[in-house]
Design a binder for this molecule. Structure first.
Ligand SMILES: [Ca+2]
Ligand SMILES: [Ca+2]
Ligand SMILES: [Ca+2]
Length: 340
């Protein structure tokens, strides 16, 4: 295959390759933002305080309250809870305890789908005694509270109660900042039909389920990879006059302007093999690394003069040299004639 043909084919292949890369890149854009639903698992508090005003005995879980910030081994205890026998969560005669600093931070702009509160609790029981626990949530440090939710009736064995659900946002739309430690609070209220009941709480945990918007993928134009070696090497020429494949990085030989047009035996003018480089084996580099060779040109001879076939000397200059030589010869002849 002729060098020029190979170069053209390689150039077209590169164009197709680059175009395909750009198509793939353009198809990678335009994704719509995706939403990611997530739940961080039940989280433990790291702070707790009793509610000391209008809350029964005003001492909440007065024994080991911080033990309710971990699932085992200890537990918080509210002895002889409350000062009333009401079973209403907002009754002022009930002991209450705050739990907070849950570390519930979620990505800005996320939508809170649901909040679940887990209570591992029990009570000491008694003939005919009924007991429950209530949960309320605050988003402003305890100033405002959601409507309360109650557990089922407690038993005398530790039992896990889940209040809320993955899709229950407790009657409000939460901002992501509402869950930050300085805003979010859990309030536990102990209800019993007897003011001598003891309440035990092993763990008061919170899990938030939310949907986060994933950021739009950044559009970046990556450069097309360099063509691999399998694309580039040209097939080995089959003509005898073609130079063999050799060591790469050897510069190609300078063109030898020996191209001549000679009549063939058929009488038609054809370009003979003399227009090709010397048959001396010469290494060539792969096609993609070679630089275009200058095309040998043959200047037309000046009218009335014979073109210098190989030397490359300008005919006009050759003529001038001949004239100078003839003049010099004439001077020598004159000198010889006059002085010998
Ligand atoms: Ca108490
Ligand atoms: Ca437990
Ligand atoms: Ca515990």
């Amino acid at each position: 295959m002729h060098d020029r043909t190979r170069r053209v084919l390689l150039f077209l292949s590169l164009l197709v390759f680059i175009g395909h890369s750009l198509t793939l890149i353009s198809h990678g854009h335009g994704h719509s933002a995706k939403a990611l639903a997530a739940a961080g698992g039940f989280q433990s508090c790291s702070a707790t305080d009793p509610v000391s005003v209008d809350s029964g005995d005003n001492d909440g879980f007065q024994e080991n309250p911080f033990d309710a910030c971990a699932d085992g081994p200890g537990f918080a205890l509210d002895v002889d809870s409350g000062s009333s026998t009401s079973m209403a969560c907002r009754d002022l005669g009930k002991d209450r305890q705050l739990f907070y600093n849950y570390g519930l931070a979620i990505p800005a702009g996320s939508v809170v789908d649901g909040i679940e509160v887990r209570l591992d609790g029990w009570f000491d029981g008694g003939v005919g005694a009924l007991a429950r626990m209530c949960i309320e949530l605050s988003w402003d440090g305890g100033t405002t509270w959601t409507a309360p939710k109650m557990t089922a009736l407690l038993t005398t064995a530790e039992t896990t109660y889940i209040l809320g659900s993955p899709g229950d946002s407790w009657g409000r739309v939460w901002q992501d900042t509402d869950l930050l430690d300085f805003n979010f609070r859990v309030r536990v209220t102990n209800l019993a039909t007897d003011i001598n009941q003891d309440f035990s709480l092993d763990w008061a945990a919170v899990q938030v389920r939310y949907t986060a918007e994933l950021p739009e993928p950044t559009a970046t134009l990556s450069p097309a990879p360099r063509p691999s070696a399998t694309l580039s090497p040209a097939p080995i020429p089959t003509t005898a006059a073609s130079p063999p494949l050799g060591v790469a990085d050897v510069p190609p030989p300078a063109p030898i302007p020996t191209a001549t047009v000679t009549p063939s035996s058929t009488g038609t003018l054809t370009t003979t093999a003399t227009s090709t480089p010397t048959p001396t084996p010469t290494p060539v580099t792969p096609a993609w690394r070679t630089t275009p060779r200058p095309t040998p040109t043959r200047k037309p001879a000046a009218k009335g003069l014979v073109a210098s076939p190989i030397s490359g000397i300008d005919p006009a200059l050759g003529t001038a040299l001949i004239v100078v030589l003839l003049c010099f010869a004439a001077l020598v002849a004159l000198y010889v004639t006059n002085y010998t």
